[in-house]
Structure formats: C-alpha cells, structure tokens
Write a protein that binds this ligand. Structure first.
Ligand SMILES: [Mg+2]
Length: 294
C-alpha cells in the first residue's frame, strides 16, 4: 500500500484527481481510495494497493503542483521524534551569509553557500573556507546579526510546540553555529541542539571551528541515535532543504523537504512547496484545533 496525503488548491482537486488517476492507471497503479480527511480539511488522501513510490509521487506532483505532500507505505502517524535542519528550514536565512554581510563579504560567501546547499561542493571544506573568511569578526556582531537579521520560518514554533504537546521529542541539528542555534532552539521550543562551534579568541572569530564538524553524516547519526533511544518501530520526522540534509531525510520515516533544493526534494518522502511549516501538521493528520499557538 502507498498513501499520499496532499494539500493543493482545493478548487482543482476534482479535475487534478481525474487526470492523476488516469496517468497512474497508465502506469499500472490503480487508485483504491481518494478522499478528504473531513469536510473541513484541505488534506486529500490518495492510496494505491501497490506501486513504485517515486513514480506515484511524480504523477501526483505533476497533476497537483504546487502542493504540500507526504507519501508513506503505512497509515501516517504522529512521530515520536522530530529532527530538523535550521538554516532556510526553521529560520528564513542562512546564518553564515548574514554574518558575512557584517564582514562586508556577503556576495563572496553566499555564492559558496548556495553551491554547497545544491550539493556541488563538499560541505566541510566549503564550511571551513567560509568560516576562515570571517576571521576577526567580533563576537558582538553575531549577537547583533541574530537580533536584526534572523527570523523564524512561518509556522516553525507552532510545528515544534504542537509536536511536543503530542509527546514527540524535538531536536535541532544544523551545519550552522551554536551561537545562532541555541537561542533559536529556545525560542522555537527544541529540546536538543547539535551544531558547529565557531572558535573565539579575545572576543573575535579566529577563522576556525571548535570541535568536530556537524555535516550530513552527523545529522543522520543524530536522527538514528534518537530513534534507537526510543526503541524499535520508532516513527520519525525529519525536515530540511539542502543537500547536507539528504541522508537524514532518507533515514527518517517521514523525510519532508521544505521549499527545498531539487536534490533534497527528490530524496524526501514529501515536500512543502505551497504552505508554511504548519502544513506538516495537516499532513500528519493533526487538526488545527489541536495546534499549540502563541
Ligand atoms: Mg538548510
């Protein structure tokens, strides 16, 4: 069984579903069930008894885009562990690019960030190269950058707090820096933070990192470690947008790509292309009257 839960423009559901059903049929996939959660829900659930997940997703993507979607091979449940990327997923910025602006080298650094997130550059060497360019920037600039530049992604806090209220553990794991991730985690409600540490000497960046680098393999390892802690059969959710999130997205029960780079989007079980982060709550079947707001 494959189940897709999706949100798109509801006025197109009927026509898009007819066209998608025909396209699936042409590939040997028969739609067994298609219905809304209830009359008030924007979530359309479509299931097929068997088929290839990628082919199923591709057909639905073509007929419903732009959509928010999650494809699963079992009924969708509220996860017990949520692990998320930070930059461009839980916040609207790439911290290192904003920091670079304070150093007057945003253009130079942002170009490297973009290539790294597209998967064109090795993450660790791209990170070390950019951090070296920030050498001598004052630690005070980090605090100012955080205060003036960094904004939570719409729906981030509602997502985290609602999952927590449902008994889900929440972890922020970032290739960015603890200087940003610690205050952001406490603002949004995350219970654990794993990230990189900028080395500081005499109140300024040394251009190096302190301790081991959090890269794509560490992100995945943190997810697996948290799942193991909770025992066999743990249902997990991971969200991210960049190439360094791919192993984590692939390892999660539900890997959801948020407004993601194409490689990350292709590797995930679903995506948010249309709504904000609260769309994930809808895809998980948590009705709005159960969301933790404010
Ligand atoms: Mg990111």
């Amino acid at each position: 069984m494959l189940i897709a839960r999706l949100i798109a423009d509801p006025t197109t559901y009927s026509a898009s579903l007819d066209a998608a059903t025909a396209a699936l049929e042409a590939q040997g996939m028969h739609v067994a069930m298609a219905s809304l959660d209830d009359a008030n829900s924007p979530v359309l659930q479509i299931s097929i008894p068997k088929g290839d997940e990628t082919a199923f997703r591709t057909v639905l993507d073509e007929h419903f885009r732009p959509s928010d979607m999650l494809v699963s091979d079992a009924p969708v449940m509220v996860p017990q562990i949520f692990v998320s990327d930070m930059d461009s997923t839980m916040i609207g910025q790439e911290c290192i690019d904003e920091l670079a602006d304070f150093a007057g080298i945003k253009h130079q650094i942002a170009a490297i960030t973009e290539r790294a997130m597209q998967g064109e550059l090795d993450f660790e060497s791209a990170l070390r190269e950019r951090v070296m360019l920030l050498r001598d920037l004052s630690e005070g600039a980090i605090a100012e950058c955080l205060d003036t530049r960094i904004e939570p992604m719409p729906g981030a806090k509602v997502l985290v707090e609602t999952l927590k209220a449902k008994g889900c553990r929440t972890v922020l794991v970032t290739g960015g820096f603890h200087h940003f991730a610690d205050p952001i985690a406490s603002l949004l409600g995350f219970e654990r933070v794993v990230g990189n540490r900028l080395a500081i000497d005499n109140g300024a960046l040394t251009g190096g990192l302190a301790g081991p680098v959090t890269d794509s393999s560490v992100k995945k390892a943190v997810l697996l470690e948290e799942m193991a802690e909770l025992g066999d059969g743990t249902v997990s959710l991971a969200t991210g947008d960049g190439a360094n999130d791919i192993p984590m997205l692939e390892a999660a029960t539900y890997g959801i790509a948020y407004r993601a780079k194409p490689k990350a989007r292709a590797a995930a079980n679903g995506w948010i292309d249309r709504g904000d982060l609260t769309a994930i709550l809808q895809l998980l079947g948590i009705p709005e009257n159960e969301w933790v707001k404010g």
